[in-house]
Every structure is written in structure tokens, then in C-alpha cells.
Ligand binder design. Structure first.
Ligand SMILES: [Zn+2]
Length: 195
């Protein structure tokens, strides 16, 4: 209901796209806000201090912060690219890396058709491996710095969450590619026969 589905180009059957609206972006932001509030509250309840009180333990100070931020952006995009290639059994040329102002860096896109199931898994992989898992580890071990970084890494998943919300109504077997500039995806064809 929230996503806009339109036909572009000469052949609507092959060039439909599903792009997100502001509602999908808000849903992504709200998901992050709930995750942040829950994680910080759980940590404080369990360890009787704020996770943010551990920020001074950052190795390397501000230089260390910059290194982690830069590395996390690279790892985030590699997780997208690796997941799409591995799960979709795609060649190297299936992945394009392009500069993007939204992510303030580089963004990996899948430019050969994959099933919606594979597309979703590739979108969600950084969210899971750099967000959900480290948030749990930080909360369980009482490492506030680890939790704080996990929360930051989850922010980098904002547009991925928006895309997941925007495309949530699409069937898992639909063939899609990344949208070049917006939340959502391009629908390559109406085939429904991918595993
Ligand atoms: Zn991403």
C-alpha cells in the first residue's frame, strides 16, 4: 500500500519498478529508533550503567573512530555484494559499486536479476550481521563500546530497511535488480520460476 509501483521505459513487463515512499523511510527510521531504545534500556537494566559510558574506551581515540567508520562502510557493502553473489550464484559483473550521496560513500547494487528472496537476504545481511548480532553480543557481554558501535552500524542499514519495507508485498520468486537511486527495486520480468 505504501510503495509506489510504476512502469518505466518501453516495456512495462520488463521494466516495472517498486520504489519506496516517505512512509517506508519513516518505517525504517522507527524500526531503528525502537531497536536503539530497547538495546540501551536492556543494557542499562542488566549492567546498571549506560552503554555510552564506555565510549571513552575506544582504542586510538578519534583516529580509531574514523578507522572503524570507514571500515564498517566497506564491510557493509561487501556483505551486500557477497550475499547477492553467493545466494544468487552470480558472476562478479552482477555487482556494481557506485558513489551515493545518501550513504555518503559507496553503495553496492545487484545489476543482474535475482529472486526477491535473494534480494531481500542480501539487503538484510549487514543489518543482521552488523546490527542485530553485535547488539545482542554487546548486551550479553556488558561491552558498552561494542554495543555503541553496533548501534552505529545499524544506522548504516537505514536505506536497506526502507527498501525492505518498500518491497515487502512483492512475491519471493519475482526477478528483481537494485534500483539505481531509490529505495526499492526494479522488477526485471514477471517470471516466477526461480528457486
Ligand atoms: Zn546497505
Amino acid at each position: 500500500m505504501f510503495a509506489r509501483q510504476v512502469a518505466v521505459g518501453m516495456s512495462p513487463e520488463e521494466t516495472r519498478e517498486t520504489v519506496g515512499t516517505w512512509r517506508d523511510a519513516v518505517a525504517g527510521g522507527a524500526t531503528l529508533a525502537v531497536a536503539w531504545a530497547s538495546a540501551l534500556t536492556l543494557f542499562e537494566t542488566r549492567w546498571h550503567r549506560s552503554a555510552l559510558a564506555d565510549l571513552h574506551k575506544q582504542p586510538g581515540g578519534w583516529a580509531g573512530v574514523l578507522v572503524v567508520v570507514a571500515l564498517s562502510a566497506v564491510v557493509h557493502e561487501m556483505l551486500h555484494a557477497g550475499s547477492w553473489r553467493l545466494l544468487g550464484r552470480l558472476p562478479r559483473k552482477a555487482i556494481a559499486v557506485q558513489p551515493t550521496w545518501q550513504a555518503m560513500g559507496l553503495a553496492a547494487r545487484v545489476v543482474l536479476p535475482v529472486s526477491m528472496r535473494v534480494y531481500r537476504a542480501g539487503l538484510a545481511m549487514p543489518c543482521f550481521l552488523m546490527g542485530v548480532l553485535p547488539i545482542l553480543v554487546g548486551t550479553i557481554t556488558g561491552n558498552g563500546l561494542f554495543l555503541a558501535w553496533a548501534l552505529f552500524f545499524s544506522l548504516e542499514c537505514f536505506s536497506d530497511l526502507g527498501s525492505l519495507y518498500a518491497t515487502r508485498h512483492l512475491p519471493a520468486t519475482m526477478l528483481v535488480m537494485s534500483h539505481p537511486s531509490k529505495l526499492g527495486c526494479r522488477q526485471v520480468s514477471s517470471a516466477h520460476d526461480l528457486p
